[in-house]
Design a binder for this molecule. Structure first.
Ligand SMILES: [Zn+2]
Length: 80
């Protein structure tokens, strides 16, 4: 059995943004997810943060982005 790091509310809370952006390691992603499954308070906060972020991204998508910028980013993503 793999040892699972259990986050406290504070630790999970601090990682919410990165969790939403999927910028955490697999282990951290799993630990945050596990905390959210067992903690109603953090789930509420997470749901709120997620809705704010989703709304923000919707607004960003409305902005016209130059096609060459998208191409450049896509290329960089492919290289990493
Ligand atoms: Zn919590």
């Amino acid at each position: 059995m793999k040892p699972v790091t259990r986050f406290t509310c504070e630790e999970a809370f601090r990682r919410l943004d990165d969790y939403l952006d999927r910028e955490l390691s697999d282990v951290e992603m799993a630990s945050v997810r596990e905390h959210l499954e067992t903690c109603a308070a953090c789930t509420r906060e997470f749901t709120y943060e997620a809705s704010v972020l989703t709304e923000m991204r919707r607004k960003v998508r409305r902005v016209d982005v130059p096609p060459d910028l998208i191409e450049r980013i896509t290329r960089q993503l492919g290289e990493s």
